[in-house]
Design a protein around this ligand. Structure first.
Ligand code: GRF
Length: 198
């Protein structure tokens, strides 16, 4: 059983999907720590309710990126974290963290990469761009995190049809329900199993 840290920045619906998957889809990993990039987000309440250790490590509390990254790394290592799941996390992880966890950090992105991804594409903006472009199918992607935003190896993807009546909000909700909340536990289990097998 490996130790998982989940990094969050918002409502935590993807964190909740992982919590609910423990012991079911997620057999080879346990969520030991939740770290938020900002205070007072509902994701922290979800961790609290589940009795999972949680804290805030916010970039604005540190004078440099290096100090922020070192604080993050120290917290991860103090909980003997083996893998990191980015679940709606909006801070950039630099090479300090990425090099400490090679091929052990995964992220859920709310589009079919390589569409609508990279710098500036996050949250609702992704769905606004898909609707503006007029694509008929979108979806979600789980990928390995490397130094390129949304650039790492793709692990899983799931397509979701776009409806003529869709707004960015209705599309975001359906992509989360039909794709993100299914893919993230599956991908987390894949990597957890791989790490445990090493
Ligand atoms: C959602 O748009 C999700 O697609 C993306 O982050 C946003 C918030 O997710 N990954 P959550 O509810 O905080 O998990």
């Amino acid at each position: 059983m490996i130790n998982i840290a989940v990094l969050v920045s918002g409502g935590g619906t993807n964190l909740q999907a992982l919590i609910d998957a423990q012991g079911k889809v997620l057999q080879h990993g346990k969520i030991k720590l939740v770290i938020s990039s900002k205070p007072d987000v509902y994701a922290l309440h979800r961790a609290e309710k589940e009795g999972i250790e949680h804290c805030v490590i916010a970039k604005r509390d540190y004078t440099t990126q290096v100090e922020f990254s070192n604080a993050l790394l120290q917290q991860l290592q103090s909980y003997q974290i083996d893998m990191i799941v980015l679940a709606g996390y909006l801070s950039i992880l630099d090479e300090t963290i990425i090099c400490a966890y090679p091929n052990r950090i995964i992220n859920i992105h709310p589009s079919l990469i390589p569409s609508f991804c990279g710098k500036g594409y996050y949250g609702l903006k992704v769905h606004e761009a898909a609707l503006a472009y007029g694509v008929k199918v979108t979806g979600a992607t789980v990928h390995i995190v490397n130094e390129i935003p949304d650039g790492g190896k793709i692990l899983l993807q799931k397509a979701v049809d776009i409806l003529p009546s869709d707004t960015p909000e209705t599309l975001q909700q359906r992509v989360m329900e039909e794709a993100e909340w299914k893919l993230l536990p599956q991908a987390t289990e894949m990597i957890a199993k791989e790490i445990e097998g090493k």
